[in-house]
Structure formats: structure tokens, C-alpha cells
Design a protein around this ligand. Structure first.
Ligand code: COI
Length: 351
């Protein structure tokens, strides 16, 4: 790996007390290209613009996949990356679906380790903050031919962050959409490809204009079964049972989702991964059995849901307050991430 260090760090110009998600990038980035059928040498460079011609194929046809992961500055002064192998595996599944060549875990983890070493001062030390790691793999042929590109770039940038939502830990409001759908089985909703997020921007914009944080996506076929909330998987606590939509083929298999399920099962809770309709959630709310709802995601962590709007009706959840189970999962998971609690599920890699 070649390393070209930034001549001057930009770290001192960044206000770590007021971090906005995705706004500030750390000093260095990683890049490795695929050409002539093989992945080539890897490089660390100062973060900055990458030259490109307007015919760059990822721009036109969206052959691009990414991951979102995090590094945490622990209570013991150690830096932990959360579940890197699982993020790598999901990235490889995304590559496979989008016809992008795969690469070894060694390339992935050694790139992250080197970036964490070089940009250590960019990892926030305050609890609740972290260094967001964004690996991306995209097509770099200069061609308008509609076919899999012959060349690709695997790159990583990092960005310090606090809360994803401006609300912080205050419950978010979701709305269903009678008009738009996110994904269908057989499509690409279960992988992390750029187009999924591009397609959600107009619905999100309209939801924001109406005062909602996210769309609660319903199944494209029945417009009734709950899927996910775009940057989060969703969970409901009904009658003390933890319920989350089963991975039906159009939902992103979230790593935080999987972590919450593992923690819940460890605690002996009743957990159901199954189809759940919006009607079931509203019915449970009407008879006082809907205790809590929350979303999970790398950026969002565990975000309480305080209200759902569906088809002209609103359901308030837990008086718009964070519930005890939501709080417990948040603290259990973040305690492992910040090294305050034993990593008994072997999730963290110390870098
Ligand atoms: C993440 O949670 O890491 C994501 O990738 C969602 C992102 C679009 C904010």
C-alpha cells in the first residue's frame, strides 16, 4: 500500500461540538482500482477531488454500491470498529448483485486499519459520537455502453459524526406513502446500491415538507405489510413481544437490526421476525398493546419512533417518549461499541 500523507491536517478547522452527518471528511482516503481483470495496488491519499470524464459509467447507469460502518473511541482509549466482517460480507453481496468484481477481506480491513491509524485524531472521543466509515465501489469505465464496466474503484472515506437526526434521541415521526414504493422482491432493495437511495429522495423530500423524518415503506404488492424506513430497519414492541419485518427479499439486511435481534435473544426475549402490517400496528395501538417502536441503522443507531401517520390517521407511540426497551438496546449496543461492556458476541475489531 502506498501512503501519501496530507501536508496539513484540516482537523483543527472542524467544530466537533456541532457535527452534521456527512459534512466533514477526514484528512485521508483509500483507493484501489480494478483493471484488466484484477484488483491492483492500493493507495492512501489526502482526501480531495477525484478527476473523472463525463462518460464515467457509474454516473449514468448507477453501478455503485456502498457500506456505512463506524469506529468508536472507547472508554479504555482503544478504537473499535463495529462488525467489519459483516459489513464486508454485505458489501460483497451488493457487488455480486450489481455485477461488480469482489475482493478479499484483507484488502478491506487493512485499508480501514491504516486509515484509522493515520486519521486517529478525527475519531471523536465523546460518547454518542463516532467516525463514520464509508466504503464505496463504483464503475469507472469511460463509456456509455450499457453493460457491466470493465474497471472499478474501491474507495473509502471517513467522516466524524454525532447524531444522525437533528432531533438527537428525541422520537422521530414516520409516514407511510400511498404513492411511492421503495423496492420489490427480485429488485435491488436487499443490497446497498446507490439507486435505492436516489429513488427515495423525492418521497423523503415530500415527507420532510410535511414534518416527517422518514417514510415507513410498505410492501409494493399489498401496500399493507411494513418493510423498512429507508435508512433504518424497524422494530415494534407489541404485548411485550419484539417484532421486526422478516427479510423478505426487498428489505436491507441491517447489521444493527441483526445486533438488536442477537441482544434480544441473548436476554431470552420473545422475538418475531415475520410479516407485520400497518393495520396490526394501529390495531395494537388502539387497544393499548403497542408499547414501543424504534428504527435501527448504522448512522441512525437506535432511534425511537414517536408517531406514525398512515392514510389520514396518526398513531402516537409511548406518548412520544423513548421507551425502556429502546433505551436498553441503545445502551447495551453502544456500551459494547465504546468498550464499556464486554464484547461477549465478538463484534468489535480493535484497530
Ligand atoms: C447507514 O446507516 O450507514 C447508511 O448507509 C444510511 C445512509 C444513507 C445514511
Amino acid at each position: 500500500m502506498t501512503i501519501q500523507k496530507a501536508q496539513q491536517s484540516r482537523r483543527e478547522n472542524v467544530d466537533f461540538d456541532n457535527l452534521v452527518f456527512g459534512k466533514e471528511m477526514s484528512d485521508h482516503m483509500f483507493a484501489m482500482d480494478f483493471r484488466d481483470g484484477v484488483w491492483g495496488d492500493s493507495h492512501i491519499l489526502p482526501y480531495g477531488e477525484v478527476g473523472m470524464a463525463l462518460s464515467l459509467s457509474a454516473l449514468h447507469y448507477g453501478q455503485s454500491v456502498f457500506e456505512g460502518m463506524k469506529a468508536f473511541w472507547g472508554a479504555d482509549g482503544k478504537v473499535r470498529v463495529f462488525r467489519p466482517r459483516d459489513h464486508y460480507k454485505r458489501l460483497m453481496r451488493s457487488c455480486e448483485r450489481m455485477c461488480i468484481p469482489q475482493f478479499d477481506y484483507d484488502h478491506f480491513i487493512s485499508a480501514i486499519r491504516t486509515l484509522m491509524e493515520l486519521d486517529r485524531t478525527w475519531i471523536p472521543k465523546e460518547r454518542g459520537k463516532s467516525l463514520y466509515i464509508r466504503p464505496v465501489v463504483f464503475a469507472i469505465d469511460y463509456s456509455l455502453g450499457l453493460k457491466p464496466s470493465l474497471s472499478y474503484r474501491f474507495a473509502i472515506l471517513t467522516s466524524p459524526m454525532g447524531y444522525y437526526y437533528p432531533e438527537g434521541m428525541k422520537p422521530v415521526k414516520l409516514m407511510t406513502s400511498g404513492e411511492y414504493v421503495r423496492a420489490v422482491r427480485g429488485g435491488v432493495g436487499d443490497v446497498k446500491t446507490a439507486g435505492n437511495y436516489a429513488a427515495s429522495m423525492l418521497p423523503f423530500k415530500e415527507a420532510h415538507e410535511q414534518g416527517f423524518s422518514q417514510i415507513l415503506w410498505l410492501n409494493a404488492h399489498d401496500n399493507a405489510t411494513i418493510e423498512e424506513a429507508g435508512v433504518m430497519n424497524v422494530f415494534f414492541v407489541i404485548n411485550s413481544v419484539l417484532i421486526t419485518p422478516a427479510l423478505s427479499g426487498s428489505i436491507l439486511p441491517g447489521i444493527t437490526r441483526d445486533s438488536v435481534l442477537a441482544l434480544a435473544r441473548e436476554k431470552g426475549m420473545i422475538v418475531e421476525e415475520r410479516a407485520i402490517t400497518i393495520q396490526e400496528v394501529f390495531d395494537a395501538g388502539h387497544i393499548g398493546k403497542l408499547q414501543e417502536a424504534f428504527g435501527t441503522g448504522t448512522a441512525a443507531v437506535i432511534a425511537p419512533i414517536g408517531l406514525i401517520h398512515h392514510d389520514g390517521n396518526e398513531m402516537n407511540i409511548n406518548n412520544n417518549k423513548i421507551g425502556p426497551m429502546t433505551e436498553m438496546f441503545y445502551y447495551d449496543m453502544t456500551a459494547i461499541q465504546y468498550g464499556e461492556k464486554e464484547d461477549y458476541l465478538g463484534w468489535c475489531e480493535i484497530v
